[in-house]
Design a protein around this ligand. Structure first.
Ligand code: 6GU
Length: 225
């Protein structure tokens, strides 16, 4: 998979893409991430990427031209499955969306800033608008990093244990059951006996009951879905 990220802060991503699972995916050649500084596509004298809103009002608006030029430049080289705009008024990101996106070949992510981007970009270039929750961030970069992380870990071959992504919370509309590791007795706090029993069928049953109980307590809405 190839992901092209259009941003005014390409430096922000370094930490998230250079560690752990995303780093491994890139090393194995399973994921390629290309950062594009929107300012490189600005044509005005001061390389502006934003301007005042028509009709007045507070805040600045990201101009159409640099974004359109950057996307056109990328589309000349390859076809894209989606052009994703990260914006607080987008569709709320969830596990089914990341499952679907993990099958894509090429994705563009456009990180929004200021009051947003010129509506003509949203209408004519963007194919998908995504938010990571009902709160406002200072820009789309964190959201893009979140979404890249959740997509990349699902690409086959990225996780060492191929089945482990299937056990994730949300994958089957259930929260994952509790987990424990050694010691079996931690300052008098004991691990549930069943996990030490060696009885695989019983352990499987215990885990599915725990997953149901946790889901009912923490995400009752998921059970209704
Ligand atoms: Cl995608 N962008 C911004 N600026 N804020 C957000 C968001 C995105 N998702 C949740 N809050």
């Amino acid at each position: 998979m190839r992901i092209d990220i259009i941003t005014i802060f390409p430096e922000m991503f370094a930490g998230w893409f250079d560690h752990s699972i995303v780093k491994r995916a890139r090393k194995k050649g399973l994921a390629e991430i290309h950062l594009h500084n929107l300012r490189d596509f600005a044509t005005s004298k001061h390389r502006n990427v934003d301007d005042y809103p028509f009709g007045g009002g507070s805040g600045m608006v990201m101009m159409a031209q640099p974004i359109a030029d950057c996307i056109d430049h990328l589309k000349k080289e390859r076809n894209y499955d989606e052009v994703i705009f990260l914006t607080p008024d987008g569709e709320i990101f969830n596990q089914p969306m990341t499952n679907k996106l993990s099958l894509a070949e090429n994705l563009i992510m456009l990180c929004g800033h200021y009051k947003g981007v010129d509506e003509r970009i949203r209408e004519h270039y963007v194919t998908m608008e995504v938010s990571i929750g009902n709160y406002v961030l200072s820009g789309g970069e964190l959201a893009a990093a979140v979404i890249c992380n959740s997509i990349i870990r699902l690409i086959p071959g990225v996780l060492s244990d191929e089945t482990s992504a299937l056990d994730d919370s949300f994958q089957d509309n259930l929260i994952s059951p509790p987990v424990y590791t050694r010691p079996a007795n931690f300052n008098g706090l004991k691990v549930p006996d069943v996990l030490l029993s060696g009885n695989e069928a019983l352990i499987r049953q215990w885990r599915s009951v725990q997953a149901l109980l946790r889901t009912r307590k923490r995400r009752p809405g998921m059970l209704e879905d």
